[in-house]
Design a protein. Structure first.
Length: 388
């Protein structure tokens, strides 16, 4: 059993988390008795794994007594979930979990002392990707919505869980194929109907073909300077080409890619398609998506880096979800109940941030009296320590 390094901060967070779990029952895990669990402590997300519980009541008893700062479970169902090594667990089936983290979407996230500070716009971008994924799941894969659930990660992203019967028996190879399709991994333009030698375009028969053909049309809504930069063709030539954009679109609708220059047309259209694919692909975490033995945060539990809840969300709730309001559990009501209204902390450094409609910071090497939810947030992130 891993022992956490003792500290006032670790004890403080453990106490707050413990009070939360004593007051709440976590019922978000199906097939508890077949899952492997893991937990984390202060500054260590996975301190131990290969845990198993006979039922939900036993799992909740563990949460109430141990108050882990991180609590994870396997997407897999095992005959013997606590056994080691992995192959001795005897895999029965596995859910698929698609994960979107804001820091893996190519966004610029500010850092102070190595700590990332996510803002609402970062989470909004991750949210957009969830809705795009749902479109693929429904229209491309025709998967049932039964067993589909979405939850906030508790920090900087979202998890989409697929637990349908048609999902759980898929082997790793099939899961890789799904991810390759979503991410357009090694996409073969010729195979889907784009022949750069003969300048032939496909008919919109398949869903990826429709996306690419529509994406090309959207591409030509860009200004000439941007088109020239992406394609490597001179702005003068692009200007001549785009004076009659309708001709490009009409040609495309007839299955023909308009010729640019005899020796440059193939490269021109390939660069356009590469640009379109980059926008149409789903930027999911590949390893999480194909891993049959992954453990990931249990929905409705707390995240030790923020104190936020990994909240389960209906699609309509996701649209308006703001984690900096809606995922906070250590609010004024909670704090009063446990006589923790104000917490004295020494803030090392943090930018301006907003929680529950209140503005804090920026702070640097300053002593502050903060509400519980803000103190938990800063301490969990490693940006503050309790006052001596």
């Amino acid at each position: 059993m891993y022992e956490a390094q003792a500290s006032k901060e670790a004890d403080f967070l453990k106490k707050a988390f413990g009070e939360y779990y004593k007051a709440h029952t976590i019922d978000s895990v199906s097939g508890v008795e077949f899952r492997e669990f893991g937990f984390g402590l202060f500054k260590k997300k996975i301190a131990n794994r290969n845990l198993a519980f006979e039922n939900s009541a036993q799992m909740n008893s563990f949460l109430k007594s141990s108050a882990p700062l991180f609590f994870s479970y396997s997407n897999a169902y095992y005959k013997f979930p606590s056994r080691t090594p992995m192959q001795s667990k005897e895999l029965l089936k596995a859910d698929i979990i698609y994960e979107f983290d804001a820091d893996e979407l190519g966004l610029e996230v500010p850092q102070i002392n190595g700590i990332q500070w996510f803002a609402l716009e970062h989470l909004e971008e991750a949210k957009k990707q969830v809705f795009r994924l749902l479109d693929y799941i429904e229209n491309d894969f025709n998967f049932s919505s039964e067993g589909l659930s979405i939850n906030f990660s508790g920090k900087a992203g979202f998890h989409v869980h697929l637990r349908g019967k048609e999902i759980q028996d898929l082997k790793k190879k099939a899961r890789i194929e799904l991810v390759d399709y979503l991410t357009a991994q090694n996409i073969d333009y010729l195979n889907i109907g784009f022949d750069f030698d003969s300048l032939r375009a496909p008919r919109p028969l398949g869903l990826w073909q429709k996306r690419l053909l529509n994406g090309i049309k959207v591409f030509f809504e860009k200004n000439d300077k941007e088109i020239a930069k992406i394609t490597g063709v001179t702005k003068k030539k692009i200007n001549s080409l785009t004076q009659n954009k309708s001709a490009i679109i009409n040609s495309l609708d007839k299955g023909v890619l308009m010729q640019i220059e005899a020796h440059k047309s193939d490269d021109f259209w390939k660069k356009i398609l590469d640009n379109v694919v980059a926008k149409e692909r789903i930027p999911i975490d590949r390893q999480t998506s194909i891993d049959l033995h992954k453990i990931i945060r249990v929905p409705q539990t707390l995240h030790g880096d923020t104190g936020f809840i990994a909240k389960v969300l209906l699609i309509d709730e996701l649209k308006k979800f703001n984690p900096y309001n809606d995922a906070i559990v250590f609010d004024e009501t909670f704090a009063k109940k446990f006589n923790l209204e104000k917490v004295s902390v020494q803030v090392i450094a943090c930018p301006r941030f907003e929680l529950l409609g209140q503005i804090f910071g920026p702070f640097e090497n300053s002593l502050e009296e903060l509400p519980l939810f803000a103190a938990v947030y800063l301490i969990g992130k490693g940006a503050a320590v309790l006052k001596e």
